[in-house]
Design a protein around this ligand. Sequence first.
Ligand code: 6PG
Length: 249
Amino acid sequence: MGIYRSKIIVASHINHLAEKGAEIFHGAALDSTMRQSCFAVALSGGSSPRLMYRTLSKEPYLSGIPWQKIHIFWVDERCVPVSNTASNYSAVKKDLLNTVPIPLNHIHPMPGEAPPEKGALQYQHELMNFFQLENGQFPVFDLIFLGMGADGHTASLFPGHEVLEEKEQMIVTVKGGDPYVNRLTMTFPVLNHARNVVFLVSGREKAETVKTIFEKKHAVLPAGRVKPEKGELIWLLDSEAASLLAESH
Ligand code: 6PG
């Protein structure tokens, strides 16, 4: 039995959602770097977290976060050139990494330009080296930020896809999503070994799916399968995404 705990935070507005996400990042970074030499965080693509990335690039986070000790990874990547606007790495670079004083060798983009299978293996090796893992072990990220699509996908783990059942690999390839391209994605075992996982979800079009995940637990959507075994899960929702949830949640 794990000690998995979860909570929901509802933000009144998307600016508030971004601010809340930045506060969580800041708090977790301070907490980890007091106990250990670095803070390993994995970030998502999509549009919802972009305001949070821009918030983190400004004060008080710009000087309040120990950027020299932060290591940035990605939960998924679209297999496109970095110059493509669909590149998850490029979005974070533009919104955050170009501004904050983070050492270049602390930035660990997924190799989206490599042939997908090769890229998946390469990133898996990078995780094994960074976390000093032996075969069969999984990394323990200090924090993972996830988004969710209206179909219930998270990272590039799409409903009905066979990679949802992956138990051994840390990184797999998959084709899907919007844009419909090859992708690299972390698997559930990686997400569920993290210390903290935060879903950042906004918009009315996600409200029905949020309700399904919380109220119809038999309809197992990919996002509903993220349950960090020994960690904490936070659902950070704006009021539109939370609009169909009953008061009791
Ligand atoms: C990706 C993702 C994906 C994303 C959701 C939500 O690279 O496509 O990481 O899982 O987080 O699709 O995206 P939006 O925030 O744009 O709705």
